[in-house]
Design a protein around this ligand. Structure first.
Ligand code: AMP
Ligand code: ZN
Length: 136
């Protein structure tokens, strides 16, 4: 399944050129045009799925293996000090391109990538509510 209006479908399937660092039958991994750090790459499935919740289990399984493999290759090639794997779903979570993708973000001591949040506090009320809603 492809979406004719989706830029990542076109990139993943080679209709639009990209800086490809890895490709197989099901995925293409490209360098992000607006990198958070040097080597920031995106794992793109060749089929169109808008987000994690639409993704078939088989694609999800393959996708995390591709992410692991290419993250290791980027780490070896670039000598980064750490690594973030980021995956945004929905506008509220920062997703801007609605074709599932996994961000591979090499991290360097003292880089300026702002991948962080201010920790809150898990209240007893929230904990009880969430555990009961999750049937956990
Ligand atoms: P997200 O905000 O999680 O949807 O991530 C979208 C990412 O795609 C951003 O990091 C953009 O810099 C990147 N991006 C958008 N268009 C392109 C493109 N044509 N080629 C490479 N990266 C892109
Ligand atoms: Zn697409």
């Amino acid at each position: 399944m492809k979406d004719v209006d989706c830029i990542f479908c076109k990139i993943a399937n080679g209709e639009i050129p990209s800086a490809t660092v890895y490709e197989d039958e099901d995925f293409r991994v490209i360098l992000d045009l607006g990198p958070a750090t040097k080597g920031h790459a995106l794992v793109l499935p060749k089929e169109h799925w808008a987000n994690l919740f639409e993704l078939p289990d088989e694609v999800a399984q393959k996708g995390i293996l591709v992410a692991k493999k290419v993250a290791g290759k980027l780490r070896d090639a670039l000598g980064c000090d750490g690594f973030n794997i980021v995956q945004n779903n929905g506008t509220a979570a920062g997703q801007t391109v609605f074709h599932f993708h996994i961000h591979l973000i090499p991290r360097y001591e003292n880089d300026q990538a702002g991948i962080s949040w201010t920790p809150g506090t898990l209240t007893e009320e929230d904990k009880k509510e969430i555990l009961s809603k999750m049937d956990a």
